[in-house]
Design a protein around this ligand. Structure first.
Ligand code: 6OG
Length: 178
């Protein structure tokens, strides 16, 4: 595992609407860190703020809505690009939101199908207008824990990344569990 001496705190929030059709809201990141990837809505926890407060603020700033968020996981990312820093991300989930979804300078909100992540339930016919979760256009760690978030199983995990070319992160080692 890569060494680190300090952590920066971030948040990431997902809205999973029970439907039918069951669907998940992701944001297409238009600029900054992780640009051109889909992700939940979130950002840095500011001084004097709790992670829960930051998650609500970032959700509102990035897609215009309010939601009753539940904490559902904690992730730690370490990279060779930032030798002494690790990123701790607090993950949140909500079933519903209030307000009107808007596209912000940073994120474009889009719905995706979340139907096939419930293998123990009677399969639902996917809604024709909903695309499957775009794991190929997401951070490579997401495929390991997003199914746990969708299944309502609290999780923790860590992923270490090698940043050998600018902007390119290869996942070196990971562990995710419930
Ligand atoms: P801003 O600095 O743009 O917030 N984030 C990651 N999310 C996933 N799924 N995987 C990663 O693997 C991530 N690294 C950072 C945390 C950045 C947003 O990106 C998330 C924040 O929600 C390395 O405000």
């Amino acid at each position: 595992w890569l060494p680190f001496t300090s952590k920066k705190l971030y948040t990431n929030a997902f809205i999973v609407s029970p439907g039918p059709p069951r669907k998940i809201l992701l944001g297409y990141k238009k600029r900054g860190f992780g640009a051109h990837l889909y992700n939940g809505f979130g950002g840095k926890v500011e001084d004097g703020e709790s992670p829960g407060q930051a998650a609500l603020r970032e959700l509102k700033e990035e897609c215009g809505v309010e939601a009753r968020l539940n904490h559902c996981g904690t992730l730690l990312f370490v990279t060779t690009g930032e030798p002494e820093w690790a990123f701790q991300i607090e993950l949140y989930r909500a079933d519903a939101y209030s307000g009107t979804l808007i596209e912000s300078e940073e994120m474009r909100p889009e719905w995706f199908s979340a139907h096939d992540d419930h293998p123990l339930e009677i399969p639902e016919i996917p809604h024709p207008s909903l695309r499957p979760i775009p794991y190929d256009s997401m951070w490579p760690d997401d495929v390991h824990w997003l199914p746990l978030l969708l299944a309502n199983r609290p999780f923790v995990g860590r992923a270490d990344f090698v940043n050998d070319t600018p902007g390119k992160y290869n996942m070196l080692r990971w562990w995710f569990g419930v």
